[in-house]
Design a protein. Structure first.
Length: 175
């Protein structure tokens, strides 16, 4: 499959919001591995913020956005409690946020391509490590991250217990 990667632009926001909604509708009908909820996360504001901050990337196939990822320098508060492999102030670390694949393209290698892009982009940007958190029940994502060389660091509470999401696994990939 031919996939192109681009920095998200303002005119991508409507399409990203539709992708988030399509994905949440799909998750609500089956096994909701990440525990996401339409109208809660991910939402249009995540796309707006990512585009505005210049850290949202899109994966397109035939001109249509089929996936997206945000690579920021902002960790969740709980990240500071973990014992990471690499100590840093986050200026040379990317944190993965809002990593999405359109439901029509699940199990097609889009997630793996987005992860590969993130790793290559991070190396070019002289980033030393990529970190992420994943809900402990999100087995498909955990498998993907481990396949891409991410190492389990710790399990933390991100304060999302009211949504039934008590524990998140932290992963890191040193570059």
């Amino acid at each position: 499959m031919n996939i192109t990667f681009d920095l998200g632009k303002t005119n991508d926001i409507d399409e990203l919001e539709q992708l988030y909604n399509d994905l949440n509708d799909y998750l609500a009908k089956g096994v909701n591995y990440p525990g996401w909820i339409k109208g809660v996360y991910p939402v249009r504001q995540n796309a707006i913020d990512g585009v505005k901050q210049g850290n949202l990337y899109t994966a397109k196939h035939n001109g249509k956005i089929i996936g997206s990822i945000i690579l920021s320098h902002e960790p969740e508060t709980a990240y500071y409690k973990a014992k990471w492999e690499f100590e840093s102030d986050y200026s040379d670390i990317f944190v993965v946020h809002t990593f999405v694949v359109h439901p029509d393209f699940l199990k097609c290698g889009v997630g793996k391509s987005l992860m590969d892009f993130s790793i290559e982009h991070s190396i070019k940007a002289q980033i030393k490590s990529i970190r992420l958190d994943v809900y402990e029940g999100n087995i498909p994502a955990i498998r993907l991250y481990e396949k891409c060389g991410f190492k389990y660091i710790d399990t933390v509470d991100l304060g999302l217990g009211s949504y039934g999401l008590n524990w998140f696994r932290l992963y890191e990939k040193l570059l």
